[in-house]
Design a protein around this ligand. Sequence first.
Ligand SMILES: NC(=O)c1ccc[n+]([C@@H]2O[C@H](COP(=O)([O-])OP(=O)(O)OC[C@H]3O[C@@H](n4cnc5c(N)ncnc54)[C@H](OP(=O)(O)O)[C@@H]3O)[C@@H](O)[C@H]2O)c1
Length: 248
Amino acid sequence: MSNNIEGKVVVITGASSGLGEAAARHLSAQGASVVLGARRVERLQSLAKDLSRDGGKALAVETDVSNCDAVKKLVDTAVQTCGRIDVMINNAGLMPQAPLELLKVNEWDRMIDVNIKGVLYGVAAALPYMKQQKSGHFINVSSVAGHKVGPGFAVYAATKFAVRALSEGLRQETKSYNIRTTVISPGAVASELANTVTDPETAARLHKYYEETAIPADSFARAVAFAINEPEDVDVNEILFRPTRQQL
Ligand SMILES: NC(=O)c1ccc[n+]([C@@H]2O[C@H](COP(=O)([O-])OP(=O)(O)OC[C@H]3O[C@@H](n4cnc5c(N)ncnc54)[C@H](OP(=O)(O)O)[C@@H]3O)[C@@H](O)[C@H]2O)c1
């Protein structure tokens, strides 16, 4: 094997756009079998077709990560089809930023359901297989906002702080199963994430900020590949990266 990615079975949530899609393309090009989960199944199917055409192995599974059974089905399908699961990338997320005083309670609920519970459901689905295999790798996507809070993104930041806390607990509790745990905290990366903002003022500010600041999503894909590609006895626990021009 030319690397520690080739031949691995990698499940990626939120693979229909942005960071997840970029990771799927990059890992597939390096010989991983990728199992793609998200709600927009037609996007996943077209990505899977693209990857297969280029000689990769890819499977699309319609998945809403706020539904525990759906995430279990995604992982079960990966194991039934590919024989095992080596990496679970809990990437699906949304970021409807808005000041707390706007009381966008439904959006708070959605962020908790997808950004926190979605990650937990990914752990619940993959951990039993990894325990049995005595190997595996969780890659959970946090954010610079999982390290720093600012006005307008308190709830989003809270969900991303939670991802880091859960990941550290997971890391400590799974030592005897030879499982690796990586948290990746990106800064501004070009994707569809800002489209989830419904407050017009915040949306305008954020779109402008991303246009001026964001770097391409392959930055994230390379960070993922680095963590996976390290030898099995190396557990890369935290990667935080920003665009060079990003200040906060
Ligand atoms: N871009 C950045 O600057 C940045 C920075 C730090 C962290 N992040 C994190 O990176 C992750 C990926 O975001 P992105 O930037 O790539 O944004 P994106 O382009 O909007 O992608 C988000 C992905 O999450 C999926 N998703 C959303 N709700 C879902 C649900 N209920 N069930 C399944 N999938 C769901 C979307 O797929 P469907 O809509 O098809 O379901 C999509 O594939 C998120 O966790 C985000 O918080 C991004």
